[in-house]
Design a protein around this ligand. Structure first.
Ligand code: GSH
Length: 311
């Protein structure tokens, strides 16, 4: 469990109840919000992510306090956030002064700490092993999602200015492992001729995802409602967020993987998804989908790229 014993941030120790450092559009944070809502904990008040005033630090009964860390304004690349999450990524969760990092570890923690239907299956060892394996393979594809969504979804919006890149380098100067955002942003330059990732790298990541979705589609052809069988597990939570992000980039799940798409729609219709995941992200979600439709009309974009390779 990724509980951080001695966080650098003074703020963490002051927080009562549940505080989530997150961004509405970030899949890694969305999955934690999904889990929180499945556990019956709903979104409470919004406070600035670094607000340490006594009122802001209070908890709320059966709710989580939202501390929005804007990935657009680059709140995550500030010393205040670096003291909370040394890798400069969201999410981070604080429960009664204790800091938890890593989205899937946070979900496991919430599953143990709160009631409701378990997201980590415990009764059937075969189902538990299957859910763990699907979560592992999903986590492994995290980088592929990053490459594909930046290349075909964010485009220029995902680039850093040279000042932001320098700032990031300084904040992560002592990082040993972790997300390695510096290497990613340096390579995410658009043009291979200027030292950026060559197109083949993006395509390789896309192919990895295509192959994973092909397998999941096959597994769901037997009519099971969820990835591991009859019940929703953390594996569904993890894969659904990847899927939503790719839908926002125009990935044609419905045409390429119909059983998988039907599963996604079942997940999407859950109240925890509607409130916890979409919630304040709904407008941006629509805007991304619209952008992807326009790109398809123009003959560019992810949909065509996938159709050429999968259909
Ligand atoms: N392994 C981490 C990954 C966290 C992560 O990469 N978060 C992304 C959003 S999904 C982020 O904050 N990215 C910041 C950036 O790309 O600048 C987890 O699962 O919590």
């Amino acid at each position: 469990m990724a509980r951080i014993e001695d966080p650098a941030s003074e703020l963490v120790r002051k927080l009562e109840g549940i505080h989530l450092f997150h961004f509405d559009g970030a899949p890694c944070a969305q999955r934690v919000r999904f889990a929180l809502h499945e556990k019956g904990l709903t979104r409470g008040r919004e406070v600035r992510f670094d607000d340490g005033s006594p009122e802001a630090c209070q908890g709320e009964r059966d709710k989580w306090v939202s501390r929005r860390v804007s990935l657009v304004r680059k709140d995550h690349m500030t010393p205040a956030y670096a003291a909370i999450h040394p890798d400069l990524v969201v999410p981070a969760l604080v429960h009664d002064g204790e800091l938890h990092l890593e989205s899937m570890d946070i979900i496991e923690y919430l599953d143990d700490a709160f009631g409701g239907a378990p997201l980590v299956p415990k009764e059937d060892p075969a189902v538990a092993a299957d859910a763990a394996e699907l979560s592992r393979s999903g986590k492994e594809l995290h980088r592929s999602i990053r490459f594909v969504t930046f290349r075909w979804g964010l485009g220029r919006l995902g680039r850093l200015s040279s000042k932001e890149e320098q700032n990031l380098r300084e904040l992560l100067a002592n990082q040993q492992d972790g997300e390695n955002l510096v290497a990613f942003y340096e390579g995410y330059d658009g043009k291979a001729s200027r030292g950026g990732f060559p197109e083949a790298v993006y395509v390789e990541h896309l192919e990895k995802l295509n192959s994973a979705f092909r397998d999941l589609d096959k597994r769901l052809e037997d009519g099971r409602p969820f990835l591991t069988g009859a019940d929703l597990t953390m594996a569904d939570v993890l894969w659904a967020m990847k899927t939503m992000r790719l839908i926002e980039c125009g990935y044609p799940f419905e045409s390429c993987f119909p059983a998988y798409f039907a599963w996604y729609e079942r997940i999407e219709s859950r109240p925890a998804f509607q409130e916890g995941v979409l919630g304040k992200h709904r407008l941006l979600h629509r805007a991304f989908r619209l952008k992807a439709s326009f790109e398809d009309l123009l003959g560019i974009g992810l949909k065509r790229e996938v159709m050429r390779r999968v259909a």
